[in-house]
Design a binder for this molecule. Sequence first.
Ligand SMILES: [Zn+2]
Ligand SMILES: [Zn+2]
Length: 260
Amino acid sequence: MNDHDYLPTLVTVFGLILLLTLESWLPAAGNRRRRLLHTARNLTLGLLNALAVALLAAPLIANVAGWTEGSRFGLLNLLSLPPAMATVTAILLFDGWLYLLHRANHKFGFLWRFHRVHHSDPEMDATTAIRFHTGEVLISSALRLAVIPLLGMTLWQLLVYESLMMPVIMFHHSNVNFPEKADRWLRALVASPAIHRVHHSRMQVETDSNYSIIFSFWDRIGGTLRLRKDGRPVDFGLAEYDSEESQRVSGLLTTPFQSA
Ligand SMILES: [Zn+2]
Ligand SMILES: [Zn+2]
């Protein structure tokens, strides 16, 4: 392991502490009686995923990225861009890939079984950004083994991408009262809280929109951007998984294997 390898983890821990503080100080939705329990459950899932990735996926991804760089394989190596341009292009292309994967997570029943664990959170906040089923994380990691060589991405570019992605996704899930005016500026380029909150709505027509991860222009290009014009707060979650049983760590982990 290299020192750089810990950059996304460090950014995540620091960002989470900052946002948990802001959510106490300036909450969008207040009066949360079980916030600590909710945080503990989402953190448990996040830690489990970090462990699974570190043990099963990270060594393989580092290997494939190292091979890609050494053999100059893939699209970015064909383009022979200056290093800074290559990194910017890698970030854009990888973000486009994750937009497509996110759409696939909603379109295909098998993938939705796992992804619905992220959507069943009835109290969205910064910890929702790490609430994913381990199966979804491992499927996404396995696909990286093909996407990284195809794009010609280096490990460094992947780490830069993840270090940018984590603060963006923690912020757009957060329960921070972010002013509409500032959100309008932010969402011109980035998937803002107003954009991503609509994606977590209980209304399917809203869930089937706003798949962007970092850059909001993927939704504009794909015709999937949707905003609430009236500014009403979004009711988060999935009706089938509201029960206490479903929201426990054991319920979250078994959700993909239950018939909907
Ligand atoms: Zn989704
Ligand atoms: Zn989300």
